[in-house]
Ligand binder design. Structure first.
Ligand SMILES: NC(=O)c1ccc[n+]([C@@H]2O[C@H](COP(=O)([O-])OP(=O)(O)OC[C@H]3O[C@@H](n4cnc5c(N)ncnc54)[C@H](OP(=O)(O)O)[C@@H]3O)[C@@H](O)[C@H]2O)c1
Length: 281
């Protein structure tokens, strides 16, 4: 298959690039905004036609939650309108969405059929993207994920390693619960969808297994990275003074993905260990 990967300079896009080496039977076209701006309808159409693209994996997005609040129009263009453009090409699409489509007020893991209620501009634009995609391409696969980190790009794991080395004390929120997800595992899940003998359209939830707070996550990062000189203190979200409200509980129920594709998913701590091993080279 000829596969177009958009947003390939990002965390997930880079992990797709790494994993593509193990799936050499396909031809890959890795692009980011410089090679292919997904908001440019004509450019997308021309790229798909000229390269005989049969499947689009959309890793491109406007992911800065605070900036999206200030510039929802741009976020909407990239996270929604462009996703509609990708869906209108008459080819298969795998798209990535987010736990931010939910309110974060839940107390049990969210299923794909649970009502959405985004509380942020980022969440609203991502949900619009899901709707526009399914309107254009009902056979699309949408994977909602959360708390993504990777050896590539800037993310929570790298920030906590840096702060752990710089500071003697650090306050980290303990009233936001979710599941850290190694982008390499999400890339693996995307290849599971691609290699499935039957195309199984639909919305799925995918994160690593387990749950924790950002505070617990930080303790694990420091422990596994061998950082001992920084005292990590649990704080409440209101003490941190976020510009944009964050979901208090955004655990996703992955039963549908595991059952449909017959896979097991690693626990977040095991995946964190693998990520840190790769980071340390
Ligand atoms: N990060 C998380 O914690 C998280 C959580 C839940 C869901 N997700 C979803 O997971 C997916 C992957 O996230 P990620 O963390 O890998 O994102 P990322 O690292 O921010 O990568 C996104 C990439 O898309 C590029 N891009 C932006 N606008 C574009 C355009 N118009 N055309 C083409 N490329 C464009 C970005 O370029 P620039 O950097 O130059 O803008 C960047 O290279 C996204 O759909 C995201 O919404 C992420």
């Amino acid at each position: 298959m000829n596969i177009l990967i958009t947003g390939s300079n990002g965390q997930l896009g880079n992990e797709m690039r790494v994993l593509s080496a193990a799936h050499g039977k396909h031809t890959y076209f890795f692009t980011d905004v410089e090679e292919l701006d997904i908001t440019d309808k004509d450019a997308v159409r021309a790229f798909v036609a000229e390269n005989g693209i049969e499947l689009i994996v959309n890793c491109a997005a406007y992911t800065n939650v605070d900036k999206a609040e200030e510039d929802e129009a741009t976020a909407l263009k990239i996270n929604a309108e462009a996703v509609g453009i990708l869906g209108s090409q008459g080819v298969k699409v795998i798209h990535v969405s987010t736990d931010y489509v939910f309110s974060g007020d839940e107390h049990v893991p969210c299923r794909e059929t649970d009502p959405v209620a985004p509380r942020t501009a980022y969440g609203r634009t991502k949900y619009e993207g899901e709707k526009l995609l399914l309107a254009e391409c009902p056979e699309a696969v949408i994977l909602r994920t959360a708390w993504l980190y990777s050896t590539y790009g800037n993310n929570f794991v790298k920030t906590m390693i840096r702060l752990g080395k710089e500071k003697e004390q650090l306050g980290v929120v303990f009233d936001q619960i979710g599941t850290p997800t190694y982008a390499a595992d999400l890339a693996e899940a995307i290849f599971t969808v691609i290699e499935s003998p039957v195309w199984r359209a639909g919305v799925y939830h995918f994160t690593n297994e387990g749950v924790c707070s950002w505070y617990d996550f930080t303790l694990a990062i420091h422990e596994l990275a061998g950082i001992s000189g920084c005292q990590v203190r649990p704080i409440l979200s209101e003490e941190y003074q976020y510009k944009t409200p964050r979901p208090h509980y955004s655990v996703l129920d992955k039963s549908k993905f595991k059952k449909t594709f017959d896979v097991e998913i690693p626990h977040w701590r095991e995946s964190l260990k693998r990520c840190l091993q790769t980071l340390n080279g």
